[in-house]
Design a protein around this ligand. Structure first.
Ligand code: BG6
Ligand code: MG
Length: 216
């Protein structure tokens, strides 16, 4: 059977979550807002604009729209500076094997990411050609936990959302997959991603037998 396997990008395919954190921390520091790893969980999977709003809410700080725009530009420039030398070594353990396996088994493969930087990251890491379709932050109007990004990916693959499987490292992304009635697979900590149908620490824990079961 042909299923749709939809991958989130940041924190699932590449370890960019740490760079997003560092870049947001600079923004928070400049505003004198305490911003911890725990706070950062709230930002995972969430759009750039919404992330800034969350940080401002955390610090109970109000700024003008012009200042917000400046902060968003600064955050992205800072984030991109961490990606300059990015190559395939940044692909998280086990991801490549799973992509190859899914390709061999002729499954639908999509990217479903909130990031507007998704394409250059897939190009730099050399895995762009694995994806039959890409839906990223440039293609959607509603941020996760809204299911728009995943529903659009399934639609472009021409596969029923109920036959879709989502790999996600964020709470918002797992919720989006669940709302879309897709099978949600958390990549990370079970204590954080407890709403997922399955949770694995990373892709090395996912074996071919499990993939075969998902394909059905
Ligand atoms: C998500 C990340 O994938 O993309 C978030 O988990 C990030 O942390 C969001 O804010 C938007 O990314 P970008 O690259 O467009 O700023
Ligand atoms: Mg993510």
């Amino acid at each position: 059977m042909k299923k749709a396997f939809i991958f989130d990008l940041d924190g699932v395919i590449v370890d960019t979550a740490k760079y997003h954190f560092l870049a947001w921390q600079k923004v928070a520091q400049a505003l004198n807002i305490n911003f911890t790893h725990e706070h950062n969980e709230l930002l995972k999977g969430v759009s750039r604009v919404r992330s800034l709003e969350i940080i401002l809410e955390l610090g109970n700080v109000q700024v003008s729209q012009a200042d917000k725009d400046k902060m968003l530009i600064q955050k992205n420039e800072d984030y991109l500076s961490y990606l300059v030398d990015m190559d395939e070594s940044e692909i998280l353990p086990g991801v490549f094997k799973i992509l190859q396996l899914l390709k061999e088994k002729n499954q639908g493969i999509a990217l479903g990411s909130a990031s507007k930087n998704a394409r250059p990251i897939l190009e730099k890491t050399g895995i762009l050609s694995y994806f039959d379709t890409i839906v990223d932050g440039n293609d959607v109007t509603n941020a996760k936990p809204d299911p728009e990004v995943f529903l659009k990916a399934a639609q472009l693959l021409d596969i029923d959302p109920k036959k879709a499987i989502v790999f996600e490292d964020s709470v918002a992304g797992i919720q989006a997959a669940n709302i879309a009635e897709m099978l949600s697979i958390g990549i990370g900590e079970g204590t954080i991603l407890y709403e997922a149908d399955f949770v694995f620490k990373d892709f090395t824990e996912i074996n071919p037998v499990f993939i075969d079961k998902l394909i059905g």
